[in-house]
Design a protein around this ligand. Sequence first.
Ligand code: XUL
Ligand code: CO
Length: 439
Amino acid sequence: MEYFSNIGKIPYEGKNSTNPLAFKYYNPDEMINGKPMREHLKFALSWWHTMGGDGTDMFGCGTADKTWGQADPTERAKAKVDAAFEIMQKLSIDYFCWHDRDLSPEYGSLAETNAKLDEVADYIKAKQDETGLKCLWGTAKCFDHPRFMHGAGTSPSADVFAFSAAQIKKALETTVKLGGNGYVFWGGREGYETLLNTNMGLELDNMARLMKMAVEYGRSIGFTGDFYIEPKPKEPTKHQYDFDTATVLGFLRKYGLDKDFKMNIEANHATLAQHTFQHELAVARTNGAFGSIDANQGDVLLGWDTDQFPTNIYDTTMCMYEVIKAGGFTNGGLNFDAKARRGSFTPEDIFYSYIAGMDAFALGFKAALKLIEDGRIDKFIDDRYASWTTGIGKDIVDGKVNMADLEKYALEKGEVTDSLTSGRQEMLESIVNNILFTL
Ligand code: XUL
Ligand code: CO
């Protein structure tokens, strides 16, 4: 059955096209530096927003029909698979991401839930064999059921911890079955509402215990990909333990998890932490922890996670600049953890939204390549730090001098004047504009 019979495969028509159902910049098979664009960008569909998100928010019920014509939960789960594969094929998206409960809901017992999940995973596996579409990463939805009200790995209840471990074990098995090279921990309710009822030290130790078990088990069943933590500072809890990339790095290093874990950076989570998207990517890159991306954008006037499809070219450019500097995606990719607005409720809106987001990233990618190829920014940065490659700077870097040596140097040299140069922020911003608007 075709779910979107009025929409064909979305063609690439180039930047002068006015066809809303065509790509203007995303040309999946265009070769760039020896690789097709689709392999540089590794776009992924998010099962939760796209296949399940019906626009429900805290002020009202859903506006979009995401039942896929089926009332029975098992039939609906399979219809979702068919519809998802149709969307991906029509949009030239090669990957998908999921929470276990997006693929298949909870039933009466964990045993039944697991059996039903297996049924749907087998169904997906068969479609993957047919189409070649791939799983980017999987994760367990350890946050929506009431049992997780106080957290999963950080719950005060050991039974909830055990249940979470069981659920994650199954999600890992499903990830391996679907050939995923990533497994995400987004700490949905891993945080606190008030310290008056919270043993923070124990909660963090336990969260690490759960992750260690996941690494041990994952490796034992042949999962060779990356584990990811997806930082987010708040929402749903007042304070989420995985606040931002820097905080997560401290956690991973404390518990010896840094060899197995990288970051899944989400754009709107970065801005909730009062960082730019680029900042979070740069912190991950410079610490060798860049992994994957959940792409979306927030609304600068709102303080919550709006998960909008990204259209801001400055953000996509600087994101792709960081990705290129990090050596490109390896196990990771670019997942649209984004949802169409509640008012954009028709089936075509799914396509318009992805086209907008994918084109924004394709254009950002080209702009970032040009920025690097142009070389002015990189050269400026190199020149700015030139004092570290010769003389006293090089001696400091090489560990050849101590504080007393530097005191002697400073006393002899007197006031610092000759090596202070302008930061040229405005000039650099105008170079970025010049490159963006002559593409
Ligand atoms: C929530 C969020 C999640 C994770 C996966 O803010 O981003 O959907 O990406 O659990
Ligand atoms: Co996310």
